[in-house]
Design a protein around this ligand. Structure first.
Ligand SMILES: C[S@@+](CC[C@H](N)C(=O)[O-])C[C@H]1O[C@@H](n2cnc3c(N)ncnc32)[C@H](O)[C@@H]1O
Length: 270
């Protein structure tokens, strides 16, 4: 996940979990227009969404908006492209202990297309709860289940790639095989000290993708592309593409498609 340019370029896939979610659900967020506020965007990636969309949504004066990301290269890119006095990006693994300066700091916590990376979901939501002020609000989306993670399993277990794959489950949502993902997530969120306002499972279906769109998208989100030796890189990506479904009703090469189930949640800290 260290390719900020490619991730930003393949925004037509990423926007389904960010811009589209904001368009449909931002109305759930309440604003008290007189207060100065602090906002977090967890898993801010290249920072374009934090800068181009999130900042523009608030009527309140913004004291601080912080993009948080585990990837140093994403944070470096985001700071040099979008950073300013109020908007900054920081390297932080949201599964780890919350830095002191962020305890009870944020009024709003957003996150788009990131939490499927987090294995310990209980710890994740306890940490977010710690970061928020009482009555703080959060809105987030993440992938619950996707064919892409089954494709990862098929390719990553091949003997030629095995020496470079340290964890075959990396990046796989812990709800991928769950029979009742909504119920499980709801329990985790409520037990972490939140009052749930909305939980949904959206079915996303992105059509008419070209081979190149998919190639760039997989390179930008696949944690092992960079770990492959040079002579295996191209084959590694093409082996993924071999399993991506194609729409027989669309003529021409741009008929790759991607379907997945995505959580969308709005909740308040109690
Ligand atoms: C798919 S990108 C999403 C970028 C942006 N939110 C968007 O929707 O366009 C996911 C981001 O989550 C970050 N990430 C993954 N695990 C993380 C963790 N444990 N803590 C913080 N960030 C993490 C990755 O480095 C990556 O930049």
């Amino acid at each position: 996940m260290d390719h900020p340019y490619l991730y930003r370029k393949q925004y037509q896939i990423g926007k389904t979990g960010s811009t589209d979610v904001i368009e449909k659900y931002f109305h759930l967020i309440t604003q008290n227009k007189n207060e100065e506020i602090a906002i977090a965007d967890i898993g801010s990636g290249p920072g374009n969404f934090t800068h181009d969309v999130l900042i523009t949504l608030f009527k309140n004066p913004i004291r601080k908006i912080v993009g948080i990301d585990i990837s140093e290269s994403m944070v470096k890119f985001a700071n040099s492209t979008y950073g300013n006095e109020k908007l900054s990006f920081e390297v932080f693994n949201v599964e780890n202990e919350v830095p002191k300066q962020y305890i009870s700091f944020f009024d709003y916590v957003f996150s788009f297309f990131t939490y499927h990376w987090i294995k310990n979901q209980r710890q994740l939501f306890l940490n977010i709860n710690q970061m928020m002020k009482p009555n703080g609000q959060m809105l987030f989306s993440f992938v619950a289940q996707s064919i892409l993670f089954d494709i990862y399993q098929l390719v990553w277990r091949r003997p030629e790639y095995a020496p470079y794959i340290s964890d075959v489950y990396a990046g796989q949502p812990c709800f991928q095989k769950s029979k009742e993902p909504m119920k499980e997530l709801q329990t985790i969120i409520e037990n972490a000290g939140f009052k749930l306002g909305m939980i949904k499972m959206e079915k996303v279906d992105i059509r008419n993708l070209s081979l190149n769109d998919f190639k760039e998208f997989i390179i930008s989100v696949n944690p092992y592309y960079d770990k492959m030796p040079y002579h295996l890189k191209e084959k590694f990506i093409l082996d993924h593409l071999e399993h991506v479904p194609r729409d027989a009703e669309v003529e021409g090469p741009n008929n790759y498609y991607l379907k997945f189930n995505m959580f969308v949640v709005y909740a308040k800290k109690k």
